[in-house]
Design a protein. Sequence first.
Length: 223
Amino acid sequence: GLLVSSILEPQRVPAEVRRNDEAPMYPCNIIGYPREALPTLMAYKGSYAFRPGEPGSIWDEITGEFTEPTAEERERALGYRTNVTAAPGVTSQRRCEILGSCVDANTMQALFGICEAWQRADCPEQPTPPATTAPTTQPDPPSEQVQEGLRKIPPFPDPDPISFPDDDALTDNTKFNVAESIDANSLTKSEFQDVMAFLKANEDVFCFAPEQLGRCTTGYHTI
């Protein structure tokens, strides 16, 4: 697997493993083997696990001192590109604070991979069925009461809003709303369903607003 040494700058060495990792932690650091993981990165400086000689400390061969991981080393440890947090006016300490508060990209990648594997196992891909043309079905004609209500719908545009002569006709493709022309409260459940079926089947001419028909309080009028 990956080693801590792979994300460090040259001439920087991770602390020796002096104690085996124990449950509930994953046992990746074993005495006698190179260190494979750092302790959880913190947003503040001086965390116990990163003090000189502790598991998170890094030995700098140039200065001869233990230091904390640099901002660049933290970025790589978390699975981000080097200098991804670098920006004008942002100090190294501020970058370390940001990296101590962010999500580990390696962990997220692993979680997404597990979720995808589960999804594929539970929902295997099915062959795409050949395209077929769905049969066209016509709704049952509305009841007489509904037909009577629909006959009261004024044509649009109507030069005479008071009377609705039989020879008035739609001269364009403009839709009009029928919600105000039908007393939904006076309809039975079956009749209301007939109205909705008729309007949907003729939506190229009619438009309807469910929230307007919803003025009635009976539950079955809810769409």
